[in-house]
Design a protein around this ligand. Sequence first.
Ligand SMILES: *[C@@H]1O[C@H](CO)[C@@H](O)[C@H](O)[C@H]1NC(C)=O
Ligand SMILES: *[C@@H]1O[C@H](CO)[C@@H](O)[C@H](O)[C@H]1NC(C)=O
Length: 504
Amino acid sequence: MRYLLIIHSLLAINALVSCADSSCPSFTDYSSVPHNPLSSGAHKIPYMRPPPNCRTFTNPTIEKVVKDVTSVINDPDWRQLFTNTFTNTLDTTVAWHEPTKYDPYTFLVTGDITAQWIRDSANQIIPYIPYASEDINIAKLILGLVNMQSEELADYPFGNAFQPPSRSGLAPTDNGIAVNLFVSPPFNNNTVFEAKFEIDSFASFFQLSTLYWKATGDASFTKSKPWMQAVRNILATTKRLQEPTYKPNKFVNRPLVEYSRLTYTATETQFGGGMGNPVKYTGMVKTLFRPSDDATIFPFLVPANAFLAVELANLGQMFSALGTNLDIANEANSRAKEIRQGVLQFGTLMHPKYGRIFAYETDGYGSALVMDDANGPSLLSLPYLGFIDAEDPLYQNTRSLILSLDDNPWYFAGPYIHGIGSPHTGFTKVWPMAIIMRGLTSNNYTEVKECLELVKTTTSGLGLMHESVSVTKPEDYTRSWFAWCNSLASQFVIDALSRFPGII
Ligand SMILES: *[C@@H]1O[C@H](CO)[C@@H](O)[C@H](O)[C@H]1NC(C)=O
Ligand SMILES: *[C@@H]1O[C@H](CO)[C@@H](O)[C@H](O)[C@H]1NC(C)=O
């Protein structure tokens, strides 16, 4: 239904976009049933690209990548699964794209909800960045997303997901939580879809900007007002959120952001009347929500801080290389150092069985949460994010714990699949995203191969990645249309083939 609405307004508003016609089904519905032809492998993976006239962005370079990569895959199931997943973001989520030369805009929906998440949209587009230098239309699509995110974070840096801009002609979606919701600073629900403060959104914005620049050499976006405003907002916000909860004499230092809501789901609101649990100064930055959009228990979310440290340093490096904005580069570099040191000094604990490990969350008082959540940034993903070497003992100890059925409370196993889940989806579901991340962070051929096998079993016969899948009933899943994980699966295939040719 939502998909149909997007398509209709696209036709009406923007003739520049090659877009689907009105007979196209909602992709939420389309992805809930298998389509022919099925692959000839044991998993009979269906072909899940929408018909050509229903695709939201088409590009010959991308079609060539599909041909080239599938030509070196022997496994017919993975040939089909790669085809489905690599193209999913372009085929189905480019809800609005204005491909002007200097100032393009791209609004990428997350999948089944007509809103753009900062983190999801960056991850959705990352697999196409390597082709930006050879194809101007891909470059414009990515730069369009940088510009869109800039506009969003310049306007309201405390949100995790945003509405389409009014000039797109797309209608804002009511997320149904406006009643009894208290958010500070206040937001406009015509521009912000969800106002959950998540520091990994900041890191994702820097990651997208610097990866685009590295791939193309194009730094023109750094001269745009909204981009610079977004950067300034992020630096100011992170500085404020390093502050402890109490001033001298235990006066409460009210944080810059607060979020509280009337709900029966504990993870949908925050402690302390929306302020979060108390913290001491550590150098890390407080966050109210996790990348799962669930509330943090202790405000220093370690993997999100690690990711932010990496990306602040990347921002600093970009400015140093460009020789511009050196004041901002200095601030980004020192913030990166403070956060990294905070993570290493206060974000670990001594575990009786595993030795020194990273905590998932902590507070500077010595409290620490021992777990990992499938959503990235996760502890499992730390080497993928560039924070630590995969062979580092601190990471290896942590990895042993988070991949343990007994010792990570959110690890589940059943007859078909096993892996990390999330409080977001309850006690029996595993996230394909974490199986993929396990493979992306392993140098062990057998383990990578096992992850590739496991991923194939998680599609519930529907040929695309889901958010989560039950370990006892593989047909029981959440989200038939989850673009971020499709992009990540295709990235895993390209990565695995480059490291272990012939692995599939
Ligand atoms: C915005 O919030 C108001 C209530 O304050 C609600 O009536 C309206 O539907 C919301 N609009 C959107 C697009 O969420
Ligand atoms: C590689 O992974 C396999 C499967 O997970 C495991 O059994 C084996 O011990 C690992 N090898 C090394 C050297 O870690």
